[in-house]
Design a binder for this molecule. Structure first.
Ligand code: GLU
Length: 304
């Protein structure tokens, strides 16, 4: 996979869990009204008179007059729902908002549906969501059921352990350790395929925040999934948690779409490509994932 690597400094201090307000927004369309719920942290110009010829999904959105987006709600700086305000924020959420705006739908009218990893394909197939943006690795197995636009980011599998853990330094130290990950995810599959720990030591839950709670309670020794996700949790509780070792996979993130809606996939790929070229991607990144201390890898869209 081709990756355009950008040098981005690590933002270690003052890590906030929400995107950082409107300063430096890609385009200031002045949505400063306090509309609660879905106020975007960045604003995007809503495109007018958009047509996506031959896209049943786009037709459905047009009819409904708004977009239903599948997201994660417990992944800081990626897809996160503020427990007090109910607002969604993060890199994936901003990508979803950008796509919505470019398709001609005001991001403020997005209906977010939190769908855990194991439910993504089915949510797309059932039409419960129009598209899904949530740390969703593009792979051939999933492509048999759905389509992907992107990638718009490439993460890698990593490990989260307790801050005072001096034993686990990488994936080869997991034997005999209790390792938590999530049903239907590529990382739990890799733990199994590579036999990183004994099958009796694998703890399989529905969400990564559940795994992190198990780690904080001392019920498991490590949580494994994409480094981008783990860095968000470590940034949330830097005195308790740390990410260790080199990442050991490539996880290209795509936007999940109904299978065979090639027209919409092409259009979303155009939107992503433009955002990578005109600086919008970078601004979104800096306001969200960059705050977890991630390294920015801007990929190239794959027109399969
Ligand atoms: N990117 C991986 C996947 O799609 C792990 C993260 C997740 O479960 O969302 O399976």
């Amino acid at each position: 996979m081709k990756i355009r690597t950008l040098t981005v400094g690590l933002l270690a201090a003052g890590l906030a869990l929400t995107a950082c307000g409107k300063e430096g927004a890609p385009s200031d369309t002045g949505s400063s009204d306090g509309d609660g719920g879905n106020t975007p942290a960045l604003s995007y110009e809503v495109a007018k008179d958009v047509t996506v010829e031959g896209s049943p999904t786009f037709e459905k959105m047009k009819k409904a007059g708004h977009v239903v987006v599948g997201v994660k709600e417990d992944q800081p700086n990626l897809g996160y729902k503020d427990p007090t305000t109910g607002e969604f924020s993060g890199f994936d959420v901003e990508i979803a908002r950008l796509v919505s705006a470019k398709l001609g739908f005001d991001p403020k009218s997005i209906e977010y549906k939190a769908v855990p990893s194991a439910g993504r394909e089915q949510a797309i197939i059932n039409g419960d969501v129009n598209y899904y943006v949530g740390t969703y690795t593009i792979n051939d197995k999933r492509k048999q059921q759905i389509s992907f636009a992107g990638p718009y980011f490439v993460a890698g599998q990593g490990l989260l352990v307790a801050k005072d853990d001096n034993e686990i330094k990488g994936k080869d130290d997991l034997k005999g350790k209790k390792v938590c990950s999530v049903s239907g995810s590529t990382p739990i599959q890799r733990v199994r395929d590579e036999g990183l720990t004994e099958s009796g030591n694998i703890v399989e839950l529905q969400t990564y925040s559940q795994c992190v709670n198990e780690l904080l309670n001392g019920q498991v020794d490590a949580v494994t999934t994409d480094d981008a996700i783990l860095l968000g949790y470590a940034a949330q509780q830097p005195d308790e948690l740390k990410v260790v070792g080199e990442s050991f996979s490539e996880e290209p993130y795509g936007i999940g779409l109904p299978k065979d809606d090639d027209a919409l996939r092409d259009k979303v790929n155009d939107i992503l490509e433009e955002a990578m070229e005109d600086g919008t991607w970078q601004e979104i990144y800096d306001a969200t994932l960059g705050r977890s201390g991630n390294k920015a890898d801007m990929p190239e869209v794959d027109r399969y």
